[in-house]
Design a protein around this ligand. Structure first.
Ligand code: HEM
Length: 436
């Protein structure tokens, strides 16, 4: 599957994504993506504007959007290489005072069971806080809708569970950056859950289940809510745009590239005490406010110089189309570099950072208007890498010193989490850490 922020109407199965599979109890009636592409009647196809009446004893019919299922069990956790979803919730939890390893084991068991059910389009149903009879019903009729639930452990989790000896060096605190405006209360946390789905109700249903199953072991520390373009809104899969209007995600590492696994996932065969993280990854989460009132005053040509790419189609200013490689040495007739020295895409590119690379998989957010009258909006920046010291840290250090984008953004919250590999059948996420 693509990890370049583009999306497909249905999955092909090579990334644990199944279009329509396993939804035998619902009737699949068409693809919203295809309907969008061909101009078929979306309402009649159960898409954006209407629904199909079914007999009272028949479950609701589903489009491809509703029926697409991502598998919970696998080598890697879902929600890393899964195409960007339309809705996202990021939630950090702290274990309650007195809770330790035993409670953490029970919690990860409950959460994993719930995620498995929810991702199949079923009630959370693990029993403790939310049995099938007590399901909220919020997601009824919508199918799995590409739901993914991903779990991570923060640095403090290891102290709380008596496992500091197995805490990998990759969880050492991120260094401070000069442009940081970090709110500690909205940062880090013992546990982190990322929820993504192509339907807002399905995402909220999973959020409620995860929150309820957290009791009595853990309490919410912070929560952030985000969004991306809806599936099927464009006729062809396209790279997403962020709230500055830029095409964002073009130069992400691609799963087909030979060094993709090495860059994104932690390899096996390292020291035995860190083996539990094999097949896992590190997520760096930054809530980055966009100073949109200032940004939107810039003429488009200036905005393009700030990034080094054309706004309309994401093509590099050195020429070509969106997918043409940037030519960082190319100058215009005036002798000036076409992609300026301080352009964001130049400064962050692996070629100028000794190969440092990460998979960026963000959600946009909008939390209304701040006290000063400006929009509280921006990017829930999430990047995935095998080692933060060879991904986020060196790149952010460089951006911090001279990125032309800096005057228009503000990093307001930060998190670093170790995300274990996927749970095998019969296993829960983190079992190899918590029970060996
Ligand atoms: C609100 C903040 C940000 C915005 C609006 C933004 C926007 C963009 C855009 C439009 C591109 C060019 C298209 C692409 O290849 O995706 C890009 C590239 C990139 N950005 Fe950002 N970015 C932000 C923050 C960051 C941060 C914090 C980092 C990492 C520390 C980062 C790392 C990168 C990387 C690695 C690339 C690809 C460079 C390449 O290989 O060509 N960005 N960003």
């Amino acid at each position: 599957m693509s990890a370049d922020n583009s999306r497909k109407a249905s999955g092909s199965g090579d990334d644990g994504v199944r279009g329509g599979a396993g939804i035998s109890r619902r009737r699949l009636i068409g693809s919203a993506g295809a309907a969008g592409a061909t101009g078929l009647v979306l309402g009649a196809a159960g898409g954006a504007t209407g629904y199909v009446a079914t007999r009272p004893d028949e479950p609701a019919a589903l489009t491809t959007v509703g029926s697409t299922r991502v598998m919970f069990h696998g080598k890697h956790q879902p929600g890393i290489t899964t195409p960007l979803q339309a809705r996202g919730h990021l939630v950090a939890f702290d274990l309650v005072p007195g809770a330790g390893r035993k409670e953490a084991i029970a919690l990860m068991r409950r959460w994993s069971a719930a995620a498995d059910h929810l991702m199949a389009g079923e009630p959370a149903g693990s029993g403790a806080a939310d049995g099938p009879d007590h399901d909220t019903g919020i997601a009824l009729d919508a199918g799995p809708s590409s739901l993914t639930v991903t779990f991570g452990f923060g640095r403090t989790f290891f102290e709380r569970t008596g496992l500091t000896g197995r805490r990998p060096p990759g969880l050492d605190p991120l260094p401070p950056f000069s442009s940081d405006h970090i709110d500690a209360e909205r940062s880090n946390g013992d546990l982190w859950v990322q929820i993504g789905a192509d339907d807002a109700l399905v995402a909220f249903h999973a959020l409620r289940a995860v929150q309820k199953e957290a009791a009595p072991a853990a309490r919410v520390r912070w929560q952030m809510n985000g969004f991306n373009r809806a599936p099927g809104a464009t006729a062809q899969p396209m790279t997403a745009r962020n709230l500055m209007g830029q095409v964002d995600g073009t130069n992400n590492p691609k799963p087909a590239e030979s060094d993709f696994e090495r860059r994104v996932f932690v390899p096996g065969g390292t020291e035995a005490k860190y083996d539990w993280l094999a097949g896992g990854s590190y997520a760096v989460v930054r809530r980055i406010r966009m100073l949109l009132d200032d940004w939107e005053k810039l003429p488009v040509a200036r905005q393009e110089q700030v990034i080094g790419r054309r706004k309309k189609d994401g093509a590099p200013l050195s020429g070509g189309t969106e997918t043409t490689a940037m030519d960082l040495d190319r100058a215009g007739s005036d002798g000036k570099l076409l992609i300026p020295d301080n352009a964001h895409a130049r400064i962050s590119s692996p070629g100028t950072n000794s190969g440092a690379a990460m998979l960026r998989r963000p959600f946009s957010y909008h939390d209304g208007i701040s006290a000063d009258g400006t929009p509280d909006a921006g990017l829930l920046f999430i990047c995935w890498q095998a080692d933060p010291l060879r991904g986020f840290v060196p790149v952010q250090r460089k951006l911090d010193r001279g990125d032309a984008l800096s005057p228009f953004i503000r990093h307001e919250a930060s998190g670093l989490f170790a995300v274990p590999g996927g749970a095998a059948d019969g296993e829960y996420v983190g079992q190899r850490l918590l029970e060996s």
